[in-house]
Ligand binder design. Sequence first.
Ligand code: HEM
Length: 131
Amino acid sequence: MKIDINNRADIISLVDTFYGRVEKDTIIGPIFTQVIRVDWAHHLPKMYDFWESVLFGKAIYKGNPMLTHFDIDKKASLKTDQFEAWKTLFFNTVDDLFEGENASTIKQKAQSIADLMHFKLNPPKPGTRIM
Ligand code: HEM
């Protein structure tokens, strides 16, 4: 029986496992390791704060993910394939490690943020029907 995501230690385990898989992913891994050359010692604690803020409503994350991803998008274009890869890895990591109400909530929140980010980075061209 898996446990739910209950505290920061659980968030740390989720984030560490997720980025361990991200690094090896053929679609988005190289963006982290070769294009941006992410400093993991800096990035991972930021992501613990981000998810603790999103899931538990603690205002500890200070940052602007949209601006960061606009910058990343200039160097490595973030399109449907990249977002699908990100979401699949995130959902599978949550499901492999946890189950329960918070596990469902974090997947829903990730989905909304990812979809919004995808939309803002790739706005429909004027005149394109989206509904
Ligand atoms: C195509 C999918 C994505 C890619 C390739 C990607 C890539 C990255 C990279 C390379 C960084 C590190 C930037 C740096 O250290 O300078 C980063 C930061 C970050 N990412 Fe993503 N990301 C993606 C989607 C997402 C999504 C869907 C979320 C949220 C649900 C997210 C949340 C964040 C946050 C909070 C940061 C830290 C921003 C900051 O405060 O500087 N990312 N991302």
